[in-house]
Design a protein around this ligand. Sequence first.
Ligand SMILES: Nc1ncnc2c1ncn2[C@@H]1O[C@H](COP(=O)(O)OP(=O)(O)OP(=O)(O)O)[C@@H](O)[C@H]1O
Length: 320
Amino acid sequence: MEDALLSVKNLSVVFKTTSGTVQAVDDVSFDVKEGEIFALVGESGCGKSTTAMSIMRLVPKNCTITGGQIIFRGKDLVKLKEKEMSSVRGKEIGMIFQNPLDSLNPVYPVGIQVSEAVLLDRVPRDEAWKKVVEIFKDVKIPDPAERVRSYPHELSGGMRQRVMIAMMLSRNPKLLIADEPTTALDVTIQAQILEIIKDLKDTFGTSILVITHDFGIVAELADRVAVMYAGKIVEIGSVLQIFEKPRHPYTQLLMEALPKITKKQGRLKTIPGSVPNLYELPAGCSFHPRCPKSMEICSKIAPQLKKAGEGHFFLCHREG
Ligand SMILES: Nc1ncnc2c1ncn2[C@@H]1O[C@H](COP(=O)(O)OP(=O)(O)OP(=O)(O)O)[C@@H](O)[C@H]1O
């Protein structure tokens, strides 16, 4: 549990657009340890997906990793040749997205699509097919022997997400990156998918990096969490530490929104103000214009990380 499977160190990523250059990820560092679920949480636009896509080296053309390292099982993914990277991507790191329909081919039955992933291991076809049915069982798809013949449009959103998890599982990856895996699903189905993700960790020892805007999911799923704001990690620690005593005012606001999540519809209470335009970041601490605890220094000088406990850090001028 203690060894890092993935170590993101001082990662910086920029987008170049006609309006200028934006630093979507700014000096971000975190580890995902063997067999843990690590969550990256924050509002839309704070850089979570760009961090995940940088790990997969699947960033768009106008996006560049400008600094840092991404060490995965001893290799720096930033430096790998595309051919080596594509084998890491296919086999060692799996990814599931918010909308499984984007990743499934509408014209083939889902079992065929998962069997293609199994066949990459050069197993005979009939064995591959049996394995697909087994994996469908593992991800709790009812009537797996029937469902393998279904087309994507014949399945519900929750079932499609299970198919995506099955496809990923068939490659037996060490690390799964799940980018908003339940956002498009209703609350009951969300809970079932979260259970399956937890099972992956418990049964197969898969390490999981979850990207979410929802602190309720963090509470449900994660062992450790990093809170991102405007491209930076503003707080990092174990879920226990952060739920017991969140130190950064942004984390505190996200936590205050939490009871609404469990009691109501799974909607996050919004935090007053909006995420800053990354093209025009405020001086000092990027959060200061929205921060209820802002002091004079906050608009002038960027804060440094402070230690709150073992493995618990936050980025704020206050003592937390
Ligand atoms: N294709 C793009 N071209 C230009 N800038 C982009 C592009 N994608 C993202 N960005 C910039 O990077 C920032 C971070 O985006 P990112 O998608 O990583 O955030 P996020 O936290 O994952 O949000 P979301 O949950 O909405 O995807 C955005 O605020 C935007 O300024």
